[in-house]
Design a protein around this ligand. Structure first.
Ligand SMILES: [Zn+2]
Length: 131
């Protein structure tokens, strides 16, 4: 609970309630998302309120496992192999997520098609040849 400068109390709405980013769905392990039943907006994470129209009529969904790499960078620290991170636009929904990337072949490029890889609660995206 925060107190504002005029002394009133500001209580944030807990609209992002995701302890685990990966969930099990009928289609398999997926990033947990939310779809609004009023306006159709898809969002990353399990939410209780739509970030577009503020409707509370929302459903927990598994987000698409494939997407397109929007942009990325490699982080070089010490003598370790560089770590790649980037933004992926998930297929069929208006959701962009920041993610670790598999860069074993060093061939990441913007617009590369990528697929979700999970290991427990750990996850990253890896390039694939075709969708
Ligand atoms: Zn909505």
């Amino acid at each position: 609970m925060n107190t504002t400068l005029d002394g009133s109390v500001s209580v944030p709405i807990a609209d992002l309630d995701t302890d685990h980013p990966i969930g099990r769905f009928p289609e398999g392990l997926r990033l947990v998302g939310t779809r609004c039943n009023r306006c159709g907006t898809a969002m990353l994470g399990e939410r209780i309120v739509c970030s577009n129209c503020v409707s509370e009529d929302v459903t927990r969904v598994g987000l698409p496992e494939t997407g397109t790499l929007y942009s990325f960078t490699r982080i070089h620290v010490g003598g370790d192999r560089p770590r790649a991170i980037g933004y992926v636009d998930l297929d069929g929904v208006d959701v962009r997520t920041l993610t670790d990337l598999s860069d074993a072949a060093g061939d990441l490029r913007p617009d590369t098609t990528v697929r979700l890889v999970t290991d427990g609660d750990a996850w990253h995206f890896t390039p694939i040849a075709d969708k």
